[in-house]
Design a protein around this ligand. Structure first.
Ligand code: ATP
Ligand code: MG
Length: 256
């Protein structure tokens, strides 16, 4: 059975998509059959996987509102080898359309039942909001991976996210748990980042992943080539960190 993980943080630009794309590629390289779901109308995970969002005919939007099956909507990342359920601006309308649809927060969960035994890992790239789309991601998942920068305000935003996850757990999805916090764009030369990182460890204990993703320009360059960083330059420090993170995830799912 596939293990389904949401990569979520309502803050914008914290590295959700970079984490999804690189984790998907690293898991696939490690022999894990992986599906990446782009749940953001920006379509960054789609483009970063080398799938042209403008040329996509059936997308995650169609799967959510029942206009396509999972099989009809999924594509393969040419560079990463994993499968992608792509997104583009069509998805922006889903937010409104879903309001009137039956089982509106469970649309993604229902669609994923069609995946059956096709995957070992399914990753969901959430938009930067606690919207109906993110709610669909949280209702479909077994766990949440939270990428965060070690900055002062990061901790403040975290409590809103943790509260939302608790509410979803209590009311909509008993299986949902926080898998872990992933420190990204880390710069060890900054004292504040070291302090926040230490605070996270003391407060969240082993919920903080051992892998730390450094700020690394190769990771930022890769999407413009439609490639995950771990494919674009696997020797770069950022790529190495995401590969270590993938190994950590493979270990961690054994304990879930
Ligand atoms: P949004 O909230 O808009 O969906 P996001 O949380 O998905 O954003 P990303 O798109 O992954 O964040 O990252 C934001 C920007 O930071 C991108 O330009 C990305 O290339 C860059 N970036 C992400 N991680 C790193 C890193 N470790 N080192 C350097 N640049 C990074
Ligand atoms: Mg994103």
């Amino acid at each position: 059975m596939a293990r389904i993980f949401c990569v979520a943080n309502q803050k914008g630009g914290v590295g959700k998509t970079t984490t999804c794309v690189n984790l998907a590629a690293a898991l696939q390289q490690a022999g894990q059959r992986t599906l990446l779901i782009d749940l953001d109308p920006q379509g960054n995970a789609t483009m970063g996987s080398g799938v042209d969002k403008g040329a996509v005919e059936k997308s995650v939007y169609h799967a959510l509102v029942g206009l396509a099956t999972l099989d009809e909507a999924r594509a393969v990342s040419p560079s990463g080898g994993y499968h992608v359920l792509p997104a583009n601006r069509d998805l922006a309308g889903a937010e409104v359309e879903l309001v009137d649809i039956d089982r509106r927060e469970n649309r993604l969960r229902d669609a994923l039942k069609q995946a059956n035994g096709d995957y070992d890992f399914i990753l969901i790239d959430c938009p930067p909001s606690l919207s109906m789309l993110t709610l669909n991601g949280l209702c479909a998942a077994h766990g949440v991976i939270i990428p965060m920068q070690c900055e002062y305000f990061a901790l403040e935003g975290l409590s809103d996210l943790v509260n939302t996850i608790k509410k979803v757990h209590a009311n909509l999805n008993r299986e949902l748990k926080i898998i872990g916090l992933l420190r990204v764009m880390f710069d060890p030369r900054m004292t504040l980042q070291q302090q926040v990182s230490a605070q996270l460890e003391s407060h969240f204990g082993d919920k903080v992943f051992r892998a730390i993703v450094p700020r690394n320009v190769r990771l930022a360059e890769a999407p413009s080539y439609g490639m995950p960083g771990v494919v674009y330059d696997r020797n770069a420090k950022g790529a190495q960190a995401y590969m270590a993170f993938a190994e950590e995830m493979i270990e961690r799912v054994k304990t879930l």
